[in-house]
Ligand binder design. Sequence first.
Ligand SMILES: Cc1cc2nc3c(=O)[nH]c(=O)nc-3n(C[C@H](O)[C@H](O)[C@H](O)COP(=O)(O)O)c2cc1C
Ligand code: SF4
Ligand code: SF4
Length: 258
Amino acid sequence: MENIVFYFSGTGNSLRVAKTLIQELGSGEIVSMAKPGSYSLIKQYDTIGFVHPVYYWGLPKRVTEFIENIALGNNKGAYYYSIATYGGFVGNAVYQLHELLRKRHGVKLGYGQKLRMFANYVVAYDMNERVDEITKKSNEKLVPIINSIKKRKRSNVNKLTRIFESMNEKFVSEVSNMDKDFSVNSSCTGCGICEKVCPVKNIEMVNNKIQYRHHCEQCVACIQFCPQKAINYKNITQNRGRYTNPEINYRELSGYNR
Ligand SMILES: Cc1cc2nc3c(=O)[nH]c(=O)nc-3n(C[C@H](O)[C@H](O)[C@H](O)COP(=O)(O)O)c2cc1C
Ligand code: SF4
Ligand code: SF4
């Protein structure tokens, strides 16, 4: 049986879910949706999964582009499922993915599920201190979701309201340049971790200083993984905590993203 899981992840939550899925399904590939260009499925798969965070009540821009451009090959009959990891409110993210598959590829999302995990958007709020408790709960909630996937369960996906769609559209239209509001302070040691964890290669080290390339996804990995807390958004994040998934370190994340 062939399984493939596509993932997008800034701080490791979605990668953690993708890894667990493949472990529990027994075997399969984990492929990043962050890579540019169009991905073609060559082999035939029994299950095809998409795991991603929710951004502004919808899909991250890169996830939409990836699914729009994927070539499914001889896989129209596979079991398609998705898991949207989110921090507070999932909005239309699952519905958006369902519609992309249907309209672009004529394929039905068999099972679309949400999984509440740690809310990582440090630009919008401080980091909750109950990391262990929240992580434990989300790991527990993942178990029945994976069991449903193993049993090829089907679910209906409903759209919420148009307002969430328009907020996501606005975010997507502005996100590439949102790195203009990032700054790096003098505590930067030039370690290069931010460059390594950026899933879309939007950071370059030039003369030991980081430069943003303005195709940002706002995944906040650079802010969250910087060991010096040297990267900030406007004057908002300086005194806020930092979060990365406790089971995924920067080496693993950047290894998968490569
Ligand atoms: C730019 C941005 C926007 C977000 N918007 C939402 C949202 O609309 N609703 C929500 O519940 N969580 C939102 N979150 C939280 C993430 O979806 C959540 O923490 C997710 O599990 C992070 O996954 P990752 O660690 O794989 O990147 C947002 C996070 C970021 C970075
Ligand atoms: S991760 Fe932080 S300390 Fe390291 S290069 Fe980036 S900004 Fe500098
Ligand atoms: S620059 Fe930072 S926020 Fe933007 S995509 Fe890269 S890691 Fe994510």
